[in-house]
Design a protein around this ligand. Sequence first.
Ligand code: ZN
Length: 212
Amino acid sequence: MTVKHVLNDQLAMGYAAGVLPEAFDLVVAAHLSLSDESRALVNSYEAVGACVMEECETVEMSNTALSATLSRIKANDAITPRVKPSGILPAPIQKYVGGDVDKVKWKPLGGGVKQAILPTDGTAQARLLFIPAGQSVPDHGHQGTELTLVLQGSFSDEVDHFARGDIEIANEDLDHQPVASLDADCICIAATDAPLRFNSLIPRLLQPFFKI
Ligand code: ZN
């Protein structure tokens, strides 16, 4: 599958180094299961990391270092994409939901738009969004980084058109109003590390209730 909108270097490097917040890690892992190009980019940064490790001076390790490392790798399996997705939700997301889209516990946001916040740790938050065909989400800006990965259908905004596997990386410089395409309901996963800045009153008033 050819994915048009892929990771930037900063995110690929952060993912390879394991320093992203869990919510961002999850969105990137899901994107990697859909984009060969981004997977190759992350692999190249992992290779750079391995070279740096080899150049490091050797130090004495404790007896438990190996088993501790192995158990960390095992724990990290939850968000490491290995298998190609068989449903709408890629495997890393299915682990949080307990299955595919039919298992998602949606909460209405109005206008047919629904969300489900996923249980990730840390300051960043991950949510699944359901936007009915032809429906828009309120016009907004960002106070931090927002990663949006399309899982079903597609949407368009001021930047471009985004379809399954595409990731949109938005920051303080972007104000946009994503609109789902008319041909299918759009399902996305979005991660944010700061509240959105809505440009109209009603969404701003409702914002605390929806934790968005
Ligand atoms: Zn946004």
